[in-house]
Design a protein around this ligand. Structure first.
Ligand SMILES: N[C@@H](CCC(=O)N[C@@H](CS)C(=O)NCC(=O)O)C(=O)O
Length: 213
């Protein structure tokens, strides 16, 4: 099928538009994973995800696509407004909105470099918006799915075009996952079924076959 190579090429362009921000940092784990409410199409959420990746910190992602019903309502309840990204760090009792604050907090608390593009003020936002357009807003809108009992685990860096394709689907399907932003081919582990899937195309197929309703 021609569609997958084109999809991957568009994801590569999205990474180029961010000048490769979101490299995988040295893997780190906190006593409890920070929880990130976000969605893939959101240009502000991308800034937060890049910081997660550069810090190498494992976080629990609760996807909140538009129209989402699984985690979206929690954010208004917990923080007072439906705005994304939203971070809760149980290790420090911090709860915060605002992508720039979240990125700064993650870098300060868990390490990693602040990507150059994030120092460029309005250019940062334009670049993130163009990146979203290159992906035709994939991961922005909810698609119906069956909720897994336990969160999945996904391994793959923010800047990796292959990993993005899987995260987009996890996002629109509102599937909660422990995200380990590490280098290498994307890997999706599902403790509910015992499956361990290597590769973006294969992971996408698995998600559709297992959780699409
Ligand atoms: N200044 C905020 C802006 C965040 C923002 O506007 N996020 C959008 C999504 S891209 C949002 O929450 N929209 C409301 C919604 O999706 O319901 C930041 O940098 O985090």
């Amino acid at each position: 099928m021609i569609f997958y190579p084109l999809n991957l090429a568009a994801s590569f362009i999205a990474s180029v538009l961010r000048f490769g921000a979101g490299a995988p940092g040295a893997p780190t784990e906190a006593a409890a994973p920070p929880v990130l409410y976000e969605f893939e199409g959101c240009p502000f959420c991308r800034v937060a995800r890049e910081a997660v990746s550069e810090a190498g910190i494992a976080v629990l992602v609760r996807p909140c696509p538009k129209g989402g019903t699984r985690f979206r309502p929690d954010v208004a309840r917990l923080g007072g407004k439906a705005q994304f990204p939203y971070l809760i760090d149980p290790n420090t009792d911090q709860k915060m909105y605002e992508s720039a604050n979240i990125a700064r907090y993650l870098t300060k608390t868990y390490g990693g470099a602040r990507p150059f593009i994030q120092w460029t003020g309005p250019v940062n936002l334009f670049s993130s918006q163009f990146s979203m357009l290159a992906r035709a807003m994939a991961g922005t809108f909810r698609t119906k799915s069956r909720a897994p009992e336990k969160p999945l685990e996904f391994i793959g860096a923010e800047r990796d075009p292959r990993a993005r394709l899987v995260k987009e689907l996890l996002s629109s399907m509102e599937i909660e996952y422990l995200w380990r932003p590490q280098r290498g081919a994307p890997v999706l582990n599902d403790p509910n079924t015992g499956a361990s899937v290597v590769g973006a195309r294969e992971s996408r197929r698995y998600l559709k076959e297992t959780y699409r309703s």
